[in-house]
Design a protein around this ligand. Sequence first.
Ligand code: DX5
Ligand code: ZN
Length: 224
Amino acid sequence: MIAPSILSADFARLGEEAAAVEGADWLHVDVMDAHFVPNLTIGLPVVQSLLGATAIPLDCHLMIEDPDRWAPPYAEAGARNVTFHAEAAHDPVAVARAIRRHGALAGLAVKPGTPLEPYLEILPEFDTLLVMTVEPGFGGQEFITEVLSKVRTARRLVNSGHLRLFIEVDGGVNADTIEAAAAAGADVFVAGSAVYGAEDPARAVAALRAQAARAASGSATAPA
Ligand code: DX5
Ligand code: ZN
């Protein structure tokens, strides 16, 4: 799945910018609070308006302190997936359960320097694992390849039946990096500048999806 990040879109024209990525699987919405990350973006009222402006399911990525208090309302509003940061949550399992109770998928995000191991035990409570491939806070940064070892670990656990998860990568995903992420086992790809910086964003989505699919099948289906 390809999830264009509206962080790279024109915030004064969000409805049109959503329409410009027709065919996208999820629309990625970066919520930043100027505390968990230095940047400040948008919050629940804008998400509510977007929900009325597009049929593309919303993938809300909350880079905020205290998701215990602030995450469930995004699910209640109608987001398809609500992801919050492991580093910020006091009781991640309770947050995931509240999100699911409101009918959304629950996602756990980890920053590049955050190991997966302490969270493996609680991952069955989640539908999505978001592996940050840049430091959260800004679009247009360079992809950190080393982080893909976490994607490989998660993919092994999913393929062996120990977990059921979407494995999402976010940050620096573009035509040069998406194949490595797909080969490592990611199946949801967030792309901000690579989509909204393109002349034709919808075509960029289709091209990225095709590229990821080729790379994934190359690694997953070795000839007998
Ligand atoms: C960064 C955000 C990303 C960002 C990705 O903190 O979580 O979703 O929009 O932007 P690009 O694809 O430009 O790296
Ligand atoms: Zn994001």
